[in-house]
Design a protein around this ligand. Structure first.
Ligand code: SAM
Length: 240
């Protein structure tokens, strides 16, 4: 409990994003007007506009109207990887967690263009969604593609991938579920390797490039600049 008697929220921790404004293009606005009510979750807040009321639970069966494996992407950006995967796997449900509203609106544009119906989006701080909104053991795969690198030393504390974060990852994954990550930054790749190795909550390491990921803008930018793409995968550690 904090001084005001509220349950603690992840806002007492540094967050891994800065809230960028940004206007929607006309096309994004049209997609937003038509699809947001049905495809962007109405998340009850507990303070800031990307927070999650800790009492709120995501009910995939109610949201998607069926029972299917669930893939969650943390920081889905413009939805390139999410929508392409959803189009390729219509029997799987996909949830994108993203704080950048124009990115969410662009995802709706692409979904509409491709006729994809198995994607939903939530404008939330992913750490809070993993801590309380998603039910334990409910996610088949959790994806973290090209998280913000936060290069400056004084910003390292904002990086998403930390040992405490792996506890949240392990909480939501199915026992045989997988957390997949990729980065084009050498120093963040080292951090990912160290975090996975040090975590008592997940078990994994470097892997070949994940075939199920289309090349996103961020991956493209990294490759064009001559950087190597590092992929990782980890499973929850089953406690004896
Ligand atoms: C570098 S971009 C990569 C986007 C996408 N994964 C791709 O590969 O194109 C990182 C994204 O993560 C989002 N993000 C960062 N921290 C987040 C958080 N805690 N919760 C939700 N989204 C977050 C940012 O808004 C941004 O869109």
């Amino acid at each position: 409990m904090n001084d005001s008697g509220d349950a603690p929220t992840y806002r007492s921790e540094p967050v891994s994003f800065t809230r960028r404004g940004g206007r929607l293009t006309e096309r994004q606005q049209r997609a937003w007007d038509d699809l947001a009510a049905s495809h962007v979750l109405a998340v009850p807040r507990h303070g800031p506009s990307t927070s999650v009321d800790p009492a709120h639970r995501f009910d995939p069966e109610a949201v998607f109207g069926r029972r299917a494996p669930l893939v969650v992407e943390i920081g889905s950006g413009r939805g390139e990887a999410l929508v392409a995967a959803a189009a390729a796997q219509p029997d799987v449900d996909f949830l994108g967690l993203e704080v950048y509203v124009p990115g969410v609106a662009q995802t709706l544009v692409t979904m509409r263009h491709q006729g994809v119906t198995n994607v939903r989006l939530a404008i939330v701080n992913a750490a809070e969604a993993l801590a309380t909104m998603l039910e334990p053991g409910s996610v088949r795969e959790l994806w973290t593609w090209f998280p913000d690198p936060w290069h400056k030393k004084r910003h390292h504390k904002r990086r998403l991938v930390t040992v405490p974060f792996t506890e949240l990852v392990a909480r939501v994954l199915e026992p045989q579920g997988v957390w997949r990550l990729a980065t084009d930054w050498e120093d963040y790749a080292e951090v990912m390797a160290e975090v996975i190795a040090a975590s008592p909550h997940v078990d994994g390491g470097p892997v070949e490039r994940f075939e199920g990921r289309v090349v996103t803008r961020f991956e493209n930018k990294g490759v064009a600049a001559g950087r190597t793409i590092h992929d990782f995968a980890a499973r929850p550690r089953l406690l004896a």
